[in-house]
Design a binder for this molecule. Sequence first.
Ligand SMILES: *[C@@H]1O[C@H](CO)[C@@H](O)[C@H](O)[C@H]1NC(C)=O
Ligand SMILES: *[C@@H]1O[C@H](CO)[C@@H](O)[C@H](O)[C@H]1NC(C)=O
Ligand SMILES: *[C@@H]1O[C@H](CO)[C@@H](O)[C@H](O)[C@H]1NC(C)=O
Ligand SMILES: *[C@@H]1O[C@H](CO)[C@@H](O)[C@H](O)[C@H]1NC(C)=O
Ligand SMILES: *[C@@H]1O[C@H](CO)[C@@H](O)[C@H](O)[C@H]1NC(C)=O
Ligand SMILES: *[C@@H]1O[C@H](CO)[C@@H](O)[C@H](O)[C@H]1NC(C)=O
Ligand SMILES: *[C@@H]1O[C@H](CO)[C@@H](O)[C@H](O)[C@H]1NC(C)=O
Length: 569
Amino acid sequence: MCPCTRLARLLLYHTLYFVLFAVQAAQAALDVPWSSNKYGPDGPWQAVKIRVGGNDPALKLDNQNHADIEVYPGGTYDSFTFSSLACTPFADCGKGGTWDPDATAMLWFEGMTGAWHPTIQDKTYGLTAGSLNYTQRAITVAGKTVWNASLSHTNTGNITHLNGKMGGMQLGFLSLGAAETSQTFDTAWEEGTAGQNVTAYLFNGKLYEDKTISSYSYGLHIGSAAFEYPGSLVFGGYNKGHVIGPVTSMFKDFDRIDLLDITIGVKYGSSPFEFASKDNLLISDTGVVGSSQQVRIDPKTPYLSLPDSTCEGLADVLPIKFDQTTRFYHWQVNDPSYKKIVTSPAYLGFVFPPSLGSTQNVTVKVPFALLNLTLDSPIVDKPTQYFPCQSFTPLKGQPYPVPDDYFRLGRVFLQAAFIGQNWVSKTTWMGQAPGPGFGGFGLGNQVIDIKDKDTTIESWDSAEINYFNQTWAGHWSIIDSPKPRTNNTPTAPTESPTREATHEDKSDSLSVGAKAGIGIGAGTVVVIAMGIAFLFWRTRTKRNHENIQGTYAEGPYTKQPYVDDGPGD
Ligand SMILES: *[C@@H]1O[C@H](CO)[C@@H](O)[C@H](O)[C@H]1NC(C)=O
Ligand SMILES: *[C@@H]1O[C@H](CO)[C@@H](O)[C@H](O)[C@H]1NC(C)=O
Ligand SMILES: *[C@@H]1O[C@H](CO)[C@@H](O)[C@H](O)[C@H]1NC(C)=O
Ligand SMILES: *[C@@H]1O[C@H](CO)[C@@H](O)[C@H](O)[C@H]1NC(C)=O
Ligand SMILES: *[C@@H]1O[C@H](CO)[C@@H](O)[C@H](O)[C@H]1NC(C)=O
Ligand SMILES: *[C@@H]1O[C@H](CO)[C@@H](O)[C@H](O)[C@H]1NC(C)=O
Ligand SMILES: *[C@@H]1O[C@H](CO)[C@@H](O)[C@H](O)[C@H]1NC(C)=O
């Protein structure tokens, strides 16, 4: 049954259409509109507004099969959507909207003999979707339409949350581009049948080819739904109002970066902790402190998917506890230090290597205010505050074509970080994003074009004015007079020093001792569960990847030789 022998000729062919001479037409970066809706069940998250559907430029889009949907920006190559059928098994599904393409939209679909049927698997948060059909239909963003855009689509999929509770998919994804500007599908049905090569475009790739935008690039910061702080996604440019320098850049392996360390610090005023700052919080799975880890910055996934030892280490210094039932770290909301920490100028720092030509590490500070996230149905019955560290074991070194996986910094991180990428100059940028500022305006909007071969971007320089501190002013409470006290409970040495002082929370039903006891043993359970989940996933993935020749971000296509320059350059 294995169609492997035919696969060689049934590959997706990616084509490269880099246009060499920019016409001096009005090229302006495309600022993607954000929705004010908030999404869960582990957010709140916010999304961008797009329209999918339509295939006849001569007709009004309104009169063609289409859907106005909200999607998370993220991923490479095809953008992803799903039908209302995918939502029928679930009470809570497709909140960002679904799309039912007309049957003729399918250009590479399930019924094709010999075609491979890729699935999406993301074990960082339990998404499984597919098989996927590929369609060639329009994507419209802020009034700009790209016809024949590459859209994968499915009628089945779901999210198995870490506690085993299953829910429907909520939102699709809008691709951020890829090493190529388009994908080509060979529509041969059977071996020996004369097929047709059909080209489907990546949204920003096509805008770049058409010289609507001046570079094949994007700039992204997802903002904070909780703080009513809209995100920013720009194609062909970036919003400088969302970037505080220094910005680090990556030229090699641009889909991932070395995370050197995780720290805790306090931006201003006194510390809500017993300590003023702490580093060496990135601990490898073998228990090595201070060994850097490769991470992928991934807006498709919600959490910080990191080594188990790192999450456990953070649980030693924060008022969080791993909950066996939900398999999330819950904030101990009745612990007075909880409120103090998540409203203070304290942050979790992510330390990255310096930019080329600089010697200073770049630390992205994620205020604890942004790490006070909410679990909701179907994960839990009533809203529960959680801390988004998740134990993750990336699979590496699997036989072709299973791509290597990496630790991830997901949407939670991108609430406080800016990431941008120029696919042509092969440069990725990352830096600190400002806080919500006045009325959720951050540092204001300043959309700037990224030019074709740009390898640098401008940012707000914090040398004189501390923009990060400035834009968080009013959103956090500065602690003036710390009252450090010794904690006498030996079983919980890292709990807040002020736990017994000024206890004002209403419903503290558990004693300190009981709370400390609950934490014990949780770690063991996680390890076993992870083991089982890991084996299960591994089996599934092997099966699923048998038929895959290359698809989204992690596919082997991303490793194909990349042609940057053409003749005449
Ligand atoms: C879309 O691609 C088809 C081939 O699959 C082609 O016939 C059609 O002209 C293209 N549409 C546009 C608007 O480019
Ligand atoms: C793919 O498209 C075919 C043809 O339209 C349809 O029969 C099938 O149900 C679709 N499959 C999925 C997984 O969406
Ligand atoms: C969940 O999604 C997967 C992948 O599409 C599918 O195989 C499975 O049947 C779905 N399960 C349920 C209960 O819908
Ligand atoms: C499709 O493209 C491939 C790779 O360029 C080529 O080998 C094949 O002949 C093409 N098929 C058709 C029908 O043009
Ligand atoms: C934590 O987040 C929840 C939900 O957004 C919010 O209601 C609560 O006030 C936050 N906690 C603190 C201490 O700010
Ligand atoms: C960068 O961070 C690493 C890890 O914390 C540290 O060992 C190194 O000394 C730092 N480099 C500089 C220049 O601060
Ligand atoms: C940080 O912001 C606070 C207001 O929240 C302000 O009082 C303080 O002067 C600022 N400090 C710096 C270094 O900018």
